[in-house]
Design a protein around this ligand. Sequence first.
Ligand SMILES: Cc1ncc(COP(=O)(O)O)c(C=O)c1O
Length: 405
Amino acid sequence: MTNIVLDTRQPAALGGAPAFGEGLPLVRPTLEDRPELVACISAVLDSGVLTNGPMVRELESRVAERLGVDHVVAVASCTSGLALTLQALEATGPVVMPSFTFAASAHAVVWARGTPRFADIRADSLTLDPADATAALGEGDGPATAMTATHVYGTPCRAAELQAVADRAGVPLVYDAAHGLGSMHQGRAVGGFGTAEVFSLSPTKVVVGGEGGLVTTNNADLATAVRLGRDYGNPGNYDCVFPGLNARMSELHAATALHSLSRLDEHLLRRHELVSLFWDELADLPGLRGPTLEAGDVSTYKDLTVVLEDACGLSALELARALGAEGIDSRRYYSPPIHRQQAYRQLERRQLPITEAMADRVLSPPLWSHMSDVQMRRVALAVRQILSHAPAVRAAFRASGGGGS
Ligand SMILES: Cc1ncc(COP(=O)(O)O)c(C=O)c1O
């Protein structure tokens, strides 16, 4: 029934009724079984230990077990976890990293007194290109002190190739795994690659704590340094050994994250189903694709990401605007890329042609773990409707003074 109504109607950008009159948000945190979660939070409040206590220890050990890593250090956010990790690794010079990632990946480098040196991404996976990372490591003022890569949208990076690049340059490799809790690469869980990986538990992620981050590593010295760093650099006697942060995770956030983590496999499965449903609905449309996964790899699908090639007839900005008219929220992750943002424009500039092109072509429509099939099908059908009227939609936007290429 829904299909028939949508198939015969005009896109809202051309005056049709919106697909979601009530609006559809980009993301919603999935926290079911509320009485169980509330009981757990209530027990934390009763315990009188509100931060960095038994819940945090439990979360660290559950994550270590799931990911098969020796050390997990829970922190207040992925940003602080990245900064503390890079500080511990003394990455105080140039750090080779993608520009096609969230700004916090670069902010962490700067807070650790390093300088981002941006390298390009691969057009297929949208993850750091090992060849351009190699080039970036050999260029610029002074030798690089570290390399970082992001499992962007949950797509695992090419870990073996990146490790070889980092090893040849003699620098540590740190993954921004903000999106990757649940991703698998070559049969291994994301979390055990590189010198360290750092996850986020913020509300847009698949495992949510409200806020929070997790540093995972097999390097005991690094884990010790990050543990100290999250607590001001205070070894316990108030004689701080270096200037750390307050980056402790609260017990309330750890309780929420444990609850969410216990449902991770169900949520991963559901996201996979929803993403498949979206692409099945649009399989015959030219010029649309998602980021490519290597054979056997698993993405968390933190986002449902669409790359719009010329053949689809609209730019990502135009499609975002037309979806907005349908009541469908979307985000152009990662546009602008970091090197074009005000905070970073003054940095030495390498050519990043794939980053530039992809930043103009990507769009993430809504996805969350308890989204219904009907909602996802309606999103896909709205995309189909809009693209099947692409010339008219473009002309209408141009006539109204808002282009969008
Ligand atoms: C790729 C990436 N890195 C880092 C972060 C920062 O995470 P947090 O908000 O936990 O500090 C985010 C947040 O969305 C992110 O998307």
